[in-house]
Design a protein around this ligand. Sequence first.
Ligand SMILES: C[S@@+](CC[C@H](N)C(=O)[O-])C[C@H]1O[C@@H](n2cnc3c(N)ncnc32)[C@H](O)[C@@H]1O
Length: 485
Amino acid sequence: MSTTDDELRRRKYEEALEVKSLRRIISAYINYPEAAEDDVKRYERSFRRLPVAHKALLTHLPLKYQKLRRCISKNTFFIFEMLKAFEPPVDMSQDDDVCDHLDDGSCGHVHAHSEDRDPCCGSASISGRSHSNKSGEVCAGHEGKNGNCCEPESGNVAVGLECQKDTHKDGCDNATCVKDQNSHDSLTVANKDTSSVPPESPDYFESMPHFHVPLVDVDKVRCVIRNIVRDWAAEGQKERDQCYKPILEELVRHFPERSKESPPTCLVPGAGLGRLALEISCLGFISQGNEFSYYMMICSSFILNQTQDVGEWTIHPWIHSNCNSLSDADQLRAVSIPDIHPAGAGITEGFSMCGGDFVEVYNDPSQVGAWDAVVTCFFLDTAHNIVEYIEIISKILKDGGVWINLGPLLYHFADMYGQEDEMSVELSLEDVKRVAIHYGFKLEVEKTIETTYTTNPRAMMQNHYFSAFWTMRKVGTGVQESMDE
Ligand SMILES: C[S@@+](CC[C@H](N)C(=O)[O-])C[C@H]1O[C@@H](n2cnc3c(N)ncnc32)[C@H](O)[C@@H]1O
């Protein structure tokens, strides 16, 4: 078989995996209302089993369950509008034949890729390393070494980064371009009335191939909902002040004069739902978020590109846990999103989100010395091999460039019982810093910052991290000192 045939076969294989992975994620989103309804039914069953005298004390609970159903409907409405706006970057109509011939079982509905696991919400990756794939396009039709990038421009047109050089200039046909604030397209606006939302999937989704997924997948959807609060709700402001503000202040300190003609460049690997990358853009940087989870990208794309107004959507993010609530009202409370209109926030030209695995996308010759700053927030511990992350960050920074980090070391692939081949190198903070120095970094600022992560601010239990915060400057490219010392 010729190399071209091999390449074609490989691409077909990768695309089939991509389609499978995406189907599973879309299915998880579509399964959301049913899984939530199952929970409510379970609460009702427990209530019915109560002795009469106990029931008499809790007569408000049946009404709470009805209210829960209305909250689920609102969340479902948001999710389905988000899915409708999503343009899959791969041909979703292809049948499963290619996958059926895959011998690694990765097409099964319940197969868990290593990439399925993520701290906050897990992720079936856009371009997971297990299927080394640079073609997990978020931008339909784009194929660039730089992953799958989209960048907004000041008009209504948003162009993929790679596409600036090629023929694909017809605008935002992809998942993650931010539209300009003057764009008034067909979306309806402002606090949509969801009273008529049926609890089941609307017809639209009947035609979309989907299947039952394990509950663990639906959990990832719930986790995305919590991430929405962190990034895009007024309620998340306190958490953003803890996590994002120190980073933004540090960026401003290091780049006091940011030229409009030639803004500094900043990369945000593991950008989640994109708020930090957007804030950096608003400060006058050419900012690029990189994210490999389709769960996240579908949502960030919707918020960044499709929202027209502050508070356009209402969700009920905290309904899925009955634990640690001060009151039912707290648990059921509505949260308006977004707290800002992303396209009107004052982004700097060149803002983009780039889908794909950080290692695959940025460990590329075109990226060497490309960035003035790299910002990692709750990202380093997502690595299979944190040394590789640090090596790449060093490579892609310009000499004198800065790396700002905030986060714990809650290694995502630690303790993956039953998956013995899952690589996970778990270093202490001390070793992480030693490795960084080895790759040419000089530690300039270091402190501990107490933060939460996607925490319900009104819950009785709140996990706090004593996050490591640092700024390191790239002062060399080679070994600074022996690692044995
Ligand atoms: C804990 S979340 C933090 C998100 C965001 N930085 C924040 O502070 O809210 C880690 C993010 O990194 C993403 N991620 C994990 N591994 C990645 C990789 N190899 N390449 C790109 N993104 C990755 C995950 O999908 C997830 O969205």
